[in-house]
Design a protein around this ligand. Sequence first.
Ligand code: ATP
Ligand code: MG
Ligand code: FE
Length: 334
Amino acid sequence: GLLLAIETSCDETSAAVVRGGREVLSNIVSSQIETHRRFGGVVPEIASRKHVESITMIVQEALTEAGVSRSDIDAVAVTQGPGLIGALLVGVVAAKALALALDVPLIGTHHIAGHIYANRLVGDIVYPALALVVSGGHTELVLLPEEGVFQIIGRTRDDAVGEAYDKVARALSFPYPGGPHVDKLARQSDEEIVLPRAWLEDGSYDFSFSGLKSAVLAEINRTKMKGLDPDFAALARGFQNSVVDVVTTKAMKAAAEFGARQLLLCGGVAANRGIRERLAALCEEAGLPMLVPPLSLCSDNAAMIGAAADLKWRRGQFSSLDLAASAQVSLEEW
Ligand code: ATP
Ligand code: MG
Ligand code: FE
């Protein structure tokens, strides 16, 4: 069937038409980054208003680009959370209105289930699978023993990876969101200022990045106090190598311990070249198949919501019209 999916959890207004959960007929993403940049981060109230302004147009564009009309749509999917509550509400209300008007089922979907199942759009998922979720608000190792079952075996205790990238980027004078700039700079440097790795207790799959971020800031201050210019590229490289070492090592260890037959990399920070390349190399070495979405499906988009919602649809897991947007929602209620 044809699914219309809507995603408005943060600062991207997105709508997609997905057929059979795997075939993306359209995936329109309107980013508000230019609006939020001068504030150095996403301003929730502004994000909500922008979603209201563009949602109708974005949905229409998704239908037009897919070459379908409203009456062709068989179900409507929407991100119900987690995310900014005011932003989520816009998508949820729009999806309800469409489902009601078209008299088709409504499928509320978890944003992180969307990031994980973005991988359905690139290949067949094999279970048990282990997902390494790295995004602006999340850093998690999620075991999927079977389809639709999510067990979080490790999570960040402080900053998410993307958040740490953006904070370090700001210290290195890059505009928001600076993650991609730090990635690029890290790969341009031959020098590296080696920074600590937060492995945490033996056997823990949790993460911590705030100490690493502080180490970058401290190094910049120390250098400036000596009247010298900090080597930003060497710092970016040191920061990225620490992040890459920790997330990929923990992911590989968890994959082995839990007998994963596939590794799924996902989330906005899955765009990071350092993480992609190292994880691909380690998986190759271990003979573990790995999936990672193309960059356009790593950052927030509605097609990934459609990919996850399709699985719920097949299982008859629909939402009622009193579906509530929720800033925090557990992955168990995907
Ligand atoms: P969540 O999915 O947890 O709710 P989010 O949706 O805001 O958070 P995403 O859109 O998935 O996050 O990812 C955005 C983050 O990814 C930003 O922090 C951005 O800096 C980071 N990012 C994007 N590309 C790269 C890159 N190449 N290297 C490092 N970080 C990156
Ligand atoms: Mg975003
Ligand atoms: Fe996201």
